[in-house]
Design a binder for this molecule. Structure first.
Ligand code: TXA
Ligand code: MG
Length: 357
């Protein structure tokens, strides 16, 4: 087996099919003994523990520095696993599961008593998801246990989309990381609550409001945006939402608005901070490279390719941190389809939001 040890955390190479079996069986045995293993999903890397083992789950909160009232998503690989966790399974779960599972959709359901309170941050519902990544699925089926897995980052930091990101945050604090390469989606799953009627989106992601409405043939509420369609920055809907998220070390100025006005505003900011002697970092799209300038630049690809932008976002935030910039000036995107999930993350990551006019 191909593995290395980083400050006592095993990095298990599993990018190629040949390596899988040994890496997976070691990861599974650690999980069954109540240990923590980070593993790839199609969205971001998750920090896994046996969802029904209170002691194991408690360690997740400890190593992440996660507030105890922020519930975890429980990952499953079969419908029977959901039956172990949820008190009732509404018809919608089967319709949505048929269409979007395995994939980046999480549903919130009333929980059974056997799911420890710590797993759900003390509330009476449980969030479940059936991930699409083949390594995640194999891990779930080999262990046969539902895995509680929040994003495998230190709480408040950008979510991890590579094994290196996980090692950066958690090496020495967890038993192992299963390295499955880069995550394909790059932002976390859509969280949909089925506790009320109509169902409500608690976090936007790869499965959009339109896709959910079409599948269910009825209205769905998106509680994450205001009437102008913009992300609420301060209204906590899900217990986790009241905490700062995706934060870079440097303050992030997010500039929204039409192109010309946006570029003008970003240039003013960049010049202002340069004059103060700050190391200025830009987070921009390919279309802006000839119009904006700064010593440190991360390009998220074309602003028309929302999926690619989503895939690169967290890595770009972490790269700007690694460049030790003093300030980040980021450019906004249209709030449509996957752009909505991207803007949700960027607005939460931001210290200031400016509407350029
Ligand atoms: O794509 C994902 O969902 C990734 C991968 C690893 O699966 N996981 C992830 O987990 O993003 P985490 O813990 O970083 O985010 C879980 C979100 C939080 O905002 C939390 O408050 C919400 O889901 N959540 C979990 N259980 C909930 C519940 N019972 N009711 C309402 N919100 C819940
Ligand atoms: Mg997270």
């Amino acid at each position: 087996m191909n593995w290395t040890r980083g400050k006592n955390t095993l990095l298990l190479a599993a990018q190629e099919h040949d390596n899988w079996d040994n890496a997976l069986s070691l990861a599974a045995s650690i999980l069954k003994r109540g240990g923590l293993v980070a593993f790839p999903t199609e969205t971001v890397y998750g920090l896994g523990a046996d969802a029904l083992n209170e002691t194991a789950v408690r360690k997740i909160y400890e190593v992440k520095g996660r507030p105890p009232d922020n519930p975890l998503i429980v990952h499953v690989a079969a419908a029977e696993m959901i039956e172990q966790l949820a008190l009732t399974i509404p018809e919608e779960v089967y319709i949505l599961g048929e269409k979007f599972w395995p994939g980046p959709l999480t549903v919130v359901l009333p929980k059974k008593a056997r799911v420890p309170d710590i797993t759900t941050g003390g509330i009476s519902s449980v969030a479940v998801r059936f991930p699409a990544h083949p390594l995640a699925q194999r891990l779930l089926s080999i262990t046969g246990i539902p895995l509680a897995a929040p994003s495998a980052n230190i709480s408040g930091r950008p979510s991890p989309t590579t094994a290196e990101h996980v090692m950066h945050d958690l090496a020495g604090r967890i038993e192992a990381v299963l390295d499955g390469g880069d995550c394909a989606v790059g932002v976390e799953s859509t969280v949909l609550s089925l506790l009320s009627e109509p169902p409500t989106i608690l976090r936007p992601g790869g499965i959009t409001l339109e896709m959910l409405q079409e599948a269910l043939g009825k209205e769905i509420l998106d509680l994450t945006v205001d009437s102008a369609g913009e992300t609420f920055k301060s209204v906590p809907l899900s217990p986790g939402m009241k905490y700062r998220h995706y934060a870079t070390n440097a303050p992030l100025y997010l500039v929204e608005g039409e192109e010309e006005a946006r570029w003008r505003q970003m240039t003013v900011l960049a010049e202002h901070f340069s004059k103060l002697g700050s190391r200025v970092g830009l987070l921009i799209f390919k279309e802006s490279v000839n119009s904006l300038e700064a010593p440190f630049v991360e390009i998220l690809g074309s602003r028309r390719e929302h999926s690619e932008v989503a895939r690169r976002l967290f890595d770009a935030l972490r790269k700007l941190d690694a460049m030790e910039v003093d300030v980040i000036i980021a450019e906004g995107l249209e709030d449509i389809d996957m752009g909505k999930a991207v803007m949700n993350r960027l607005r939460k990551a931001s210290t200031y939001i400016l509407k350029a006019e």
